[in-house]
Design a protein around this ligand. Structure first.
Ligand SMILES: NC(=O)c1ccc[n+]([C@@H]2O[C@H](COP(=O)([O-])OP(=O)(O)OC[C@H]3O[C@@H](n4cnc5c(N)ncnc54)[C@H](O)[C@@H]3O)[C@@H](O)[C@H]2O)c1
Length: 248
C-alpha cells in the first residue's frame, strides 16, 4: 500500500504521446503533480516546450521529445533517445489520436485508412518500440486511450470507432501475453471531453444529446494515473469507461 503522503507516481519515467494539448496535456499535468518525470511527445517543438515550461513553473518535472507518430522511424528514434537519457520507461500513455467525422458512404477510403493506421497501427508501433526495455526489467504499465466509441460506435464515426475498438481488443490481448513479464496493459475509454477533437466533430449536437455530460480532463488524468500507479497493482487487461452516463 502507498503511504498517504507519498505521491502516486513518484520518480516514474512516464511517456505521454500527443502531450502538447487536449487530453495528453492534462494527463501530463496530473502525472507531473503526482511526482513523475514526464516525457512529452508530439510534432511541434514549440508547443511541447510551452507545456514543458508550464509544468516546470508549477514545480513538475518534464522533458520533451519531438516525434511524428505517423512515422515508424520517428517512433523508434524517440524511444531510443529517451532510453539513452533516462535509462528506462516505467509508464507509456498512448494518448495521441485523430478523428474526422463523415457518413461512411462519403468517407474517402484514404481517410478511413489514415484513421485506422494512426489510431491503431501507430499505437501498436509505439508499444512495440517501448516493450523490449520493459520486458527486460519485467516492469511496466501501458495505458491506451481508446474511446467509449470503441465499445459502441457512433454514427458518422465508423473508422474512428472501429480503430478504437481495435485498440481495446489489442490492449486486452497484449495484456495476456505480457502477464509473465509483469507488464500491465489497460485501456481508458473516455466519453465526451472538452478538447479540439470533440469540438471539430460534425456530430457534436448528437453526442451532447445522447452521450451525457462532458467529463473533466482532470478526471481522465487521474484515471490514467490510477491505472499506471501501484494503486492498481495487479489490475491488467481491463477496458475502463470514464463517462457521465451509461448510454446502453
Ligand atoms: N475529445 C473527446 O471527446 C475524446 C473522447 C474519447 C476519446 N478521445 C481520445 O483522447 C485522445 C486525445 O484526444 P484529444 O481530445 O485531446 O484531441 P486533440 O486533437 O486535442 O489531441 C490529439 C493529440 O494527438 C496529437 N497528434 C495527432 N497527430 C499526431 C502525429 N502525427 N504525431 C504526433 N502527435 C500527433 C496532436 O498533436 C494532439 O496532441 C485521442 O486518442 C482521442 O481519440 C477523445
Amino acid at each position: 500500500m502507498l503511504n498517504a503522503k507519498e505521491k502516486l507516481v513518484q520518480d516514474k519515467i512516464v511517456v505521454v504521446t500527443g502531450a502538447n494539448r487536449g487530453l495528453g496535456k492534462a494527463i501530463a499535468e496530473v502525472f507531473a503533480w503526482e511526482g513523475a518525470v514526464v516525457l512529452l511527445l508530439g510534432r511541434s517543438r514549440d508547443a511541447l516546450l510551452e507545456v514543458e515550461e508550464e509544468l516546470r513553473t508549477k514545480g513538475g518535472r518534464a522533458d520533451h521529445c519531438v516525434c511524428d507518430l505517423s512515422t515508424d522511424e520517428h517512433i523508434y528514434a524517440a524511444v531510443d533517445e529517451i532510453l539513452k537519457k533516462y535509462g528506462r520507461i516505467d509508464v507509456l500513455v498512448n494518448n495521441a489520436g485523430i478523428e474526422t467525422d463523415l457518413p461512411f458512404i462519403k468517407m474517402p477510403m484514404e481517410l478511413f485508412d489514415e484513421m485506422m493506421r494512426f489510431n491503431f497501427r501507430q499505437l501498436a508501433v509505439m508499444t512495440k518500440a517501448v516493450l523490449p526495455a520493459m520486458m527486460e526489467r519485467k516492469y511496466g504499465s501501458i495505458v491506451n486511450i481508446a474511446s467509449a466509441a470503441g465499445e459502441r460506435g457512433l454514427p458518422e464515426s465508423t473508422a474512428y470507432s472501429a480503430s478504437k475498438a481495435a485498440v481495446i481488443n489489442f490492449s486486452q490481448t497484449l495484456a495476456e501475453e505480457l502477464r509473465p513479464y509483469h507488464i500491465r496493459v489497460n485501456c481508458l475509454n473516455p466519453g465526451l471531453l472538452d478538447t479540439e477533437l470533440f469540438w471539430q466533430s460534425a456530430t457534436k449536437d448528437y453526442l451532447l444529446e445522447k452521450c451525457g455530460d462532458i467529463i473533466s480532463l482532470e478526471t481522465l488524468g487521474y484515471s490514467a494515473v490510477f491505472l499506471a500507479s501501484d494503486l492498481s497493482d495487479g489490475l491488467t487487461c481491463q477496458s475502463v469507461t470514464v463517462r457521465g452516463i451509461s448510454r446502453w
